[in-house]
Design a binder for this molecule. Structure first.
Ligand code: HEM
Length: 367
């Protein structure tokens, strides 16, 4: 068992497992109607597994055009599209990325280490390794030609979906003409998908697969950099990396919350929720629920079972979870091989909003 993580991984005190929060405006955000905050693991599962009561359709204050997206649909419409997407992203397809991901991690680490040794001895694992590693892996998965890859870093943030929609159309035409071993080729040759559906799925994968993946990779390494003993255990093989990946995801969920809208009047742990109310599930809080996780604030690399909710739950469970786990495992293996110690060389700079949690800079010593 490793000592408690620093306070940034702890949650702000939640007044009650289910509580009403007002949304007073901020300089960047107009005031909202308020929402129910759900912080217990059991309540989170109840909400996420019941799409008939807690809908993913765009609620008041959300853009109606989001309704086109798989992530903002409810069964049965959601089920059909999700099945098509999931059947294209088979475990075999994901496994095929192992070697290319490993090669990429090695190359990026070697290059970053060489540059660091030739200069101030410091490398930024977030910008020099995690960013290019995760975005180029996604580019491989989706079959994005090399000439277009420099555009990837720009495809995050609030306008990402609009920015990628035009590009996705071009990519679909390209992969129909020049098929390859990638997801866009498989989807573009699926006669059961309409062009509208296809032009929604490809940009959705592009945007949902980018930021959380990068934030998880750098976030997990930041937690390890703050826990040298845990890093040592992984290097010596006394802790198992597969379990460690889950525990790092539990402590550092890149998506802190997910949103639903009540589709009917209902009751949640004694609270009357009205149709149309916004319901926000805190994945980060559920991951710290002491009724499910013993000593939830502690990094416990051997924690098992570890039913964290960082990939969500229910019908919208992350479609890229297997691909994400593979990328994290391979990256951490290569970092462990390349760096005998993970020693911070400066402050970890955080990025993100109230909804996402990322690491903008993770400076460590080259050796
Ligand atoms: C560690 C990295 C990742 C994390 C923590 C993560 C987390 C999540 C979460 C929490 C959801 C559920 C949202 C909800 O319930 O409203 C989700 C959905 C989704 N994720 Fe991920 N994700 C990650 C990586 C990826 C990757 C790499 C891809 C693509 C290759 C991807 C594609 C998707 C898609 C398409 C959905 C929507 C699924 C649906 O609505 O049925 N994710 N993700």
């Amino acid at each position: 068992m490793i000592p408690s993580p620093p306070p940034r991984h702890r949650l702000p005190h939640a007044p009650a497992p289910v509580s009403w929060r007002d949304e007073s405006g901020t300089p960047d955000r107009p005031p909202g109607p308020g929402f129910w905050a759900v912080t217990r693991h059991a309540d989170a599962l109840r909400v996420l597994r019941d799409p008939a009561t807690y809908s993913s359709l765009p609620g008041p204050g959300e853009l109606p055009l989001l309704r086109r997206l798989l992530s903002h649909q409810d069964p049965p419409q959601h089920t059909r599209l999700r099945d098509h997407a999931a059947r294209s992203l088979t475990p075999e397809r994901v496994q095929r990325f192992t070697e290319s991901a490993r090669e990429r991690a090695r190359t990026l680490l070697t290059r970053a280490l060489e540059t660091a040794r030739a200069t101030d001895g410091v490398l930024d694992l977030a910008t020099a390794v995690c960013d290019p590693y995760t975005s180029l892996n996604l580019a491989d998965l989706l079959g994005i030609p090399h000439a277009d890859r420099r555009r990837l870093p720009g495809w995050t943030g609030p306008h990402a979906l609009t920015d990628t929609t035009g590009y996705a159309r071009h990519l679909i035409v390209h992969r129909r003409r020049y098929p390859d071993d990638d997801l866009t080729t498989v989807l573009a040759h699926n006669a059961q998908l309409t062009s509208d559906e296809l032009e929604m799925l490809v940009p959705l994968l592009l945007t949902t697969g980018l930021a959380p993946m990068r934030d998880a990779a750098a976030g997990g390494l930041a937690v390890l950099a703050e826990h040298p003993e845990a890093y040592r255990e992984l290097r010596e093989g006394t802790a198992e990396l597969k379990r460690a990946v889950e525990e790092l995801l539990r402590l550092h969920p890149p998506l802190l919350t997910v949103r639903r809208t009540a589709a009917a009047d209902t009751d949640l742990s004694g609270h009357r929720i009205r149709r149309g109310d916004k319901v926000v599930v805190s994945l980060a809080a559920a991951n710290h629920d002491d009724q499910v996780f013993t000593t939830p604030d502690r990094l416990d690399l051997a924690r098992t079972p570890n039913p964290h909710l960082s990939f969500g739950a229910g019908p919208h469970l992350c479609l890229g979870a297997d691909f994400a786990r593979l990328q994290l495992r391979v990256l951490y293996e290569e970092v462990l091989r390349a760096l005998p110690e993970l020693r911070l060389a400066g402050p970890v700079l955080l990025s993100g909003s109230g909804v996402t949690d990322g690491v903008a800079s993770l400076p460590v010593r080259a050796g």
